[in-house]
Every structure is written in structure tokens, then in C-alpha cells.
Design a protein around this ligand. Structure first.
Ligand code: 13P
Length: 249
């Protein structure tokens, strides 16, 4: 039985006051859940949020990391640093990083390897653009993105990872994939991995991301191959984020 998971990707939002209010609101309203709850603040607020959630069941994730461990890489943040300040997870290969910061499949695979080496659990993002969906190449795109990490690190590496299917056209647009659309891609992902290793496929958590909110979360997460959500906008409001966690567990 896969444990459901709801992760809030705060992206580049918040200043000290807002971050304090948000994490305190989440902590105050979180009264346990069978779903795993994860928050992903911007780098500079990770230590503060780590201190706030200490002793609670809420877990910490970064939004990105460097593929190198130490050295002359100005402006980068390493896996050992993230471990050091209490991260368990790290979001990798988010479509915003792929589209705006030139993260290729190769870069994504290199970061994935570095996360695993540092005992961070990657929340590895995959998903097609609107043009790719319209060209009917969604599955080919998803397969290519998965192959990039499986070819480099092996299917067994997915035992220590989470995948997040985030159709790019649904991110921040208010245009959620329908439960059927999302389930169909999630099933494709799980079947593809089952072709390599049935046990890994069965235990792998695959999150949906893209305009998930309190109104649509329950129906999406009820789909057989959807194991939770990676939430952007709705994770910036404590009540909405908590409602999604409760919908999942
Ligand atoms: P939205 O929930 O704002 O669409 O963002 C989804 C996302 O990109 C999470 O990583």
C-alpha cells in the first residue's frame, strides 16, 4: 500500500513575515494525516521552516540543488548542505527549471544521481507541454524524461524516489487535467516502469501537479495510480494546503 503524499512547492514566493505566517498556519492546523505532508520553501527559508516543523510530522524539501557536492560553484546549493539543514526531499527537474533555466534531461539525471548519493529523496518532475499534448506525443515525452534517469541510475533507483507528473499546460493556469486525463498518464508511467520491475512500479509514488486545489484534490487523488499531489499556488494558503492534505488522507 503506497502512502499518499502532499507536497507544497512554494516556488519563489514569500518574505520573512509571510513565510512565518504560512508555516505557523500549516503547523497549527495540521492534526496528523495518513498522508505524508511536505513543505518546499525557498532555500533561504529552509532553516527557519526546519526549526518551525521540528517535532511535527511535516517534512522538509528543497526545490532544486546542485549536482556537485562542494567547491567553486558560485550561487549553488549542494546536497550535503540540504541534508545538513534537515531536508529529506528535493524537487528536481521542475518544468520551470527545464523551460527557464536550461535544465536538460542530462542535467536532471545528474542532479537525480547527486540527490540519491546524498540520501535525499528526489521528487522528480516530468510532464508535457500543451504543444506536445496537441501533437499527441505526451507518452513519448514522458518516456524520454523517465528514461533519462532510469538509463543513468537504473530502475532500482526509483525505490528511493517519487515521481511528479505535472502537465506544463496545467501549471499555474487553473486548467487542471481531468481525473481521467491524469490517471491515463499515471497508468502509462506505472506500466512503463512495471515493464522493467514490477515491484518497484507497485511501490513507486506518482504525484499529480497542476492547479490542484481543495475542490479537485479528492477526485484526482482517488484515481488508482495517483498517489498525491505536488501543489503550487494552493500551497501558499495554509487552509487550502491543509484541505488538500485532508483530502488525501
Ligand atoms: P500550481 O499548483 O500553481 O499549478 O503549480 C503546480 C506546480 O508546479 C507544483 O510544482
Amino acid at each position: 500500500m503506497r502512502q499518499k503524499m502532499v507536497a507544497g512547492n512554494w516556488k519563489m514566493n514569500g518574505t520573512t513575515n509571510g513565510v512565518h505566517e504560512l508555516i505557523r498556519g500549516i503547523k497549527a492546523g495540521f492534526n496528523g494525516s495518513s498522508a505524508e505532508a511536505v513543505v518546499c520553501p525557498p532555500f533561504v527559508y529552509l532553516p527557519f521552516v526546519a526549526a518551525e516543523i521540528a517535532g511535527s510530522a511535516i517534512k522538509l524539501s528543497a526545490q532544486n540543488m546542485c549536482d556537485q557536492d562542494v567547491g567553486a560553484f558560485t550561487g549553488e546549493i549542494s546536497g550535503p548542505m540540504l541534508k545538513d539543514i534537515g531536508c529529506e526531499y528535493v524537487i528536481l527537474a521542475h518544468s520551470e527549471r527545464r523551460a527557464m533555466y536550461g535544465e536538460t534531461d542530462e542535467v536532471a539525471a545528474s542532479k537525480y544521481a547527486a540527490a540519491l548519493k546524498n540520501n535525499l529523496i528526489p521528487i522528480f518532475c516530468i510532464g508535457e507541454t500543451l504543444e506536445e499534448r496537441e501533437q499527441d506525443i505526451t507518452e513519448a515525452v514522458i518516456a524520454r524524461q523517465i528514461d533519462a534517469i532510469v538509463d543513468a541510475e537504473g530502475v532500482a533507483s526509483l525505490a528511493n524516489a517519487v515521481l511528479a507528473y505535472e502537465p506544463v499546460w496545467a501549471i499555474g493556469t487553473g486548467k487542471t487535467a481531468t481525473p481521467d486525463q491524469a490517471q491515463s498518464v499515471h497508468a502509462f508511467i506505472r506500466n512503463k516502469i512495471a515493464g522493467l520491475d514490477g515491484g518497484i512500479a507497485e511501490s513507486l509514488r506518482i504525484l499529480y501537479g497542476g492547479s490542484m486545489n481543495p475542490a479537485n484534490a479528492a477526485e484526482l487523488i482517488a484515481q488508482p495510480d495517483i498517489d498525491g499531489g505536488l501543489i503550487g499556488g494552493a500551497s501558499l494558503k495554509a487552509d487550502d494546503f491543509l484541505a488538500i492534505i485532508n483530502a488525501a488522507g
